[in-house]
Design a protein around this ligand. Structure first.
Ligand SMILES: [Zn+2]
Length: 133
């Protein structure tokens, strides 16, 4: 019996030579079930999702409202390195912060922050800066 030289991609349904599939120890014929093209498409797809849309909290808007430059914010956050303003713009572009980083940022801007949670029609408010981090 001959070793198969091609298989069908379970994503695009095309039959392709085996070297069009990344190797995988657990896959059929030692290859992944989807072809390289589809694998790359999927990776690109997920990174696009992660990149799209603005961050949930617009830190830049908070900083602008406080009348602070990137460097002002960097100093307020205790960053002394020359790259402080770069670090601040990275924080602003993030989409998932540690609560403590977010709160430090709010404090540095002199902001007040409240978390409003609505559950079953009940609205609960939490003073975030009252939280001891
Ligand atoms: Zn494919």
């Amino acid at each position: 019996m001959n070793e198969p030289t091609e298989k069908q991609c379970s994503s695009c349904r095309q039959t392709k030579p085996l070297d069009e599939f990344y190797s995988a120890a657990t896959g059929k014929y030692g290859r992944k079930s989807i072809c390289k093209t589809c694998t790359l498409d999927k990776q690109r797809g997920t990174s696009k999702v992660q990149r799209s849309g603005p961050p949930p909290v617009d830190l830049k808007a908070i900083r602008n409202a406080a009348g602070m430059s990137l460097w002002d914010m960097a100093r307020a956050l205790g960053m002394t390195a020359r790259s402080g303003d770069v670090n601040v713009s990275q924080i602003e572009k993030r989409k998932d912060w540690k609560l403590s980083s977010l709160l430090n940022y709010f404090r540095a801007a002199g902001a007040e922050a409240e978390l409003v949670v609505t559950v079953r029609g009940k609205t609960l408010r939490f003073n975030l800066l009252g939280v001891d981090t």
